[in-house]
Design a protein around this ligand. Sequence first.
Ligand SMILES: Nc1ncnc2c1ncn2[C@@H]1O[C@H](COP(=O)(O)OP(=O)(O)OP(=O)(O)O)[C@@H](O)[C@H]1O
Length: 279
Amino acid sequence: MRVEAEKKREVVIRVRDLYKVYRMGDTKVYALNGVDLDIRRGEFCAITGPSGSGKSTLLNMLAGLEHPSKGEIVIAGKHIEKLNEKQLVTFRRERVGFIFQSYNLIATMDAVENVALPLSFRGMGKAKRAKRAKEYLKLVGLERFMTHMPNQMSGGQQQRVGIARALAVDPQIIFADEPTGNLDSKTTMEVLKLMQTIVRERNQTLVMVTHDNNLATYADRIIKIIDGKIVSIEENHKEADLEAAREEGAQKNKDCKEAAREETPQKKMTEEKESGENL
Ligand SMILES: Nc1ncnc2c1ncn2[C@@H]1O[C@H](COP(=O)(O)OP(=O)(O)OP(=O)(O)O)[C@@H](O)[C@H]1O
C-alpha cells in the first residue's frame, strides 16, 4: 500500500554523495560529508541536528543558494550543481519559496505589498498582484491586516505574511530555515500547523530546518544530521493517513488553485526571457 502511494508521488529532490568543505586556514571543515537523500512531492521534511551539524548548509545547497564542493542535487530533473549564478536566480524565482527566521519583510511596505513583491519579479500586473496577495493573506488568516506595516504586526503575524509571500508564487518546493525561531511556543504551534495544512492541501514539498525536536514532529519525515552526515531518517506519520489528508486537502483546494492558475502571467520578465533557460 505504502509502496504504491510512494510510487505515485515522484521524487522532487534527489541528493547524491553531497559534500561541502570549507577551508579555514590550514584546516578543512566538512559541513556536509557525503549526504544521500530523496524527498518526494507533497512531503514535509524536517532537517534536525545539533548546532553546527550542517542543517543550514544542506538547506542552502538544496535551495541553490550555495554551490556544493562535490555531489549531485537534482530538483525536478535538473542538476542544480551544474547551474551558473544567473541560472540559479531563475531556478529560485520559478521553483522555490523561502520562509526565513527573521521574516525578511520590507519595512516600508504593507502586508499586501510585501506578498505582492515576488509576483512583480514574475512580470504580473499590479492589479493582479494585489488581488493574489490579498487571497494569500486571507489564506493565512490576515484579512484584517492587509494594510498593516511590518512594525504594526506581531512576530506571528509577520511570519504569516512571510508564509503568504513564499506561497503566493505557487512554488513547487518551500524551504524554511528555523521559521519559528523568533516566536513564542503558542504562536510557533499555530504557524507550524498552518504550514503543515497548507502544503498538504496543495501537495507541495516543504523542507524545514530546526534544531528543536518537538517542532520536527509536525513533519512527515525527520532527517537527523550530525557532523555533516545523515544519521537517521524517521517516518513520522503513516503513509495511508497522509494520503487521506492530501486527498481531502486537494479537493478543498481545487477551486482555489484553478482560480490562481487563471491568473498565471502570460509574460515573464525580460530578464528571464533573455536568460533562455528552460528549467
Ligand atoms: N562560510 C563558512 N565558512 C567556514 N565554515 C562554515 C561556513 N558556514 C558554515 N561553516 C561550518 O560548517 C558547519 C555546519 O554549519 P551550519 O551552519 O550548516 O550548521 P547548522 O546545523 O545549521 O548550525 P546552527 O543550528 O547552529 O545554525 C559548522 O561547523 C560551521 O562552522
